[in-house]
Design a protein around this ligand. Structure first.
Ligand SMILES: Cc1cc2nc3c(=O)[nH]c(=O)nc-3n(C[C@H](O)[C@H](O)[C@H](O)COP(=O)(O)OP(=O)(O)OC[C@H]3O[C@@H](n4cnc5c(N)ncnc54)[C@H](O)[C@@H]3O)c2cc1C
Length: 405
């Protein structure tokens, strides 16, 4: 009897791949192997409405547990894969069991970067946010009056800062770069979110390096910054980026370069092993690309399903992303990589605006804050390859539909 298709990593990409495999008519054996105790769930709420206590855990799950049985999917949780033998088509788990596969999808996600223990990275009350256990550990520490230090002004750190500020904590964000969101957004977007946080009492310190976290009895008490300043803190959330989980692939001899290298068919350097989601790197628009988003995990997971069953056109992502902070919804369409100019379009209500990214005259991405119409129309224009006139775009009195026609 043929060995199953195994999807390694019980996360967003595997859940999408599994559903698509069944939708495409694959009725053979299908196994999902994941190290976490929970069935696949959505991570975005972990730094938003879940950690704030507004969303129940049941709402996180991508499918009800019963779905896996109905779909005849063997869901193996708390199963950590430790080795992969591509020649023998075998995956080895931590308990020593060896699982044969016909084809394998690596959807192992990523791990947050942490601070080295020499500078206090392992002190109690120093957190990262990647999984349910992390959010469950942070939630009780978000007590009014407590002092939170957020290290890293990226989306996850800023979302956590927003939740904490709304709960009455004293929040300081330190960012090593010149501005928050520098890696992912243009200056006007950073300016918008800096002002938003400041208006909620958050202290934002940019161009500020951390020297060390300070602690007593293995508990965090504060931080010493590179300029010598001491900031007292009861807890710290470290949001300084992620590392793709590619060690298993590398140890198995697969091509790995800042993630597991795949072609347009999600295929690694081994013909029977595929990869998708946060852990996969692929060539797109002339550059190595690794997308850390729900959009990519869903679309690439589904794409991998088609590829596991045979050929499909090359993966051509249509990136979108979002972030929720206070009462602002940021929606992003496209990828701003390589932009050389931006246009700011004021929105029609307070805290509403959009930033349009151009490469030459070509529109490549948009950040829309509290402006769903700009996001929707911008996304459509991007997908159709249309680029608006900048002057008309910048004029808040212009009709966006006409500008983007
Ligand atoms: C706090 C937070 C907020 C986010 N907010 C947003 C947002 O607002 N918008 C957005 O688009 N994206 C957001 N993201 C990113 C998005 O959640 C990820 O891009 C997406 O989950 C990636 O899916 P994946 O399937 O590749 O990996 P994951 O969903 O991380 O799943 C990978 C799974 O594989 C398991 N695994 C790894 N190695 C092994 C092994 N050896 N054996 C067994 N299991 C293994 C992991 O434990 C994990 O459960 C957020 C992420 C986080 C953490």
């Amino acid at each position: 009897m043929a060995a199953p298709i195994i999807l390694l990593g019980a996360g967003q990409a595997s859940a999408s791949c599994a559903a698509k495999l069944r939708a495409l008519g694959y009725d053979g054996k299908l196994t999902i192997v994941g190290e976490e105790p929970a069935a696949p769930y959505q991570r975005p709420p972990l730094s938003k409405k879940y950690v704030s206590g507004e969303l129940a855990v049941e709402r996180l799950f991508i499918r009800p547990l019963s779905w896996y049985g109905e779909q005849q999917i063997d869901l193996r949780l708390e199963s950590h894969a430790v080795a992969l033998d591509p020649a023998a088509h075998l995956l080895t788990l931590a308990d020593g069991s060896k699982l044969p596969y016909s084809k394998l999808l690596l959807a192992t996600g990523s791990t947050p970067r942490s601070l080295p223990s020499e500078i206090g990275g392992r002190l109690g009350n120093v957190f990262t946010i990647r999984n349910l256990a992390d959010a469950d550990a942070i939630a009780p520490a978000l007590k009014p009056g407590a002092k939170l230090l957020v290290i890293g002004g990226g989306y996850i750190g800023l979302e956590a800062a927003a939740v904490a500020a709304q709960k009455g904590l004293t929040v300081t964000v330190i960012e090593m770069a010149e501005r928050i969101l520098q890696r992912v957004a243009a200056a006007p977007t950073s300016d918008f979110f800096r002002a938003l946080h400041q208006s909620h009492g958050v202290t934002i310190r940019e161009s500020t390096g951390l020297a060390e976290l300070l602690g007593a009895d293995n508990r965090l008490t504060g931080a010493r910054l590179k300029d010598g300043t001491i900031i007292p803190a009861d807890l710290a959330i470290v949001g300084i980026g992620i590392i793709p989980n590619d060690a298993l692939a590398r140890d198995a001899g697969l091509a790995v370069e800042g993630g597991i290298l795949v072609d347009g068919q999600c295929r690694t350097s081994d013909p029977d092993i595929f990869a998708a989601g946060d852990c996969a790197v692929f060539a797109w628009r002339g550059a190595r690309t690794r997308l850390e988003s729900v959009q990519n995990a869903i679309d690439q997971g589904e794409h991998a399903a088609a590829c596991l069953l045979g050929a499909a056109p090359d993966y051509d992502p249509k990136p979108w992303f979002w972030s929720d902070q206070y009462d602002v919804k940021l929606q992003i369409a496209g990828l701003n990589r390589g932009y050389d100019s931006t246009v700011l379009r004021p929105g029609k209500r307070p805290l509403s605006q959009s930033i349009w990214y151009f490469q030459g005259d070509k529109l490549i991405a948009i950040d829309a804050m509290n402006d769903a119409l700009a996001y929707a129309l911008g996304k459509k224009a991007l997908e159709a390859g249309r680029s608006p006139d900048r002057a008309a775009l910048a004029d808040p009195a212009s009709d966006l539909k006409t500008v983007l026609a």
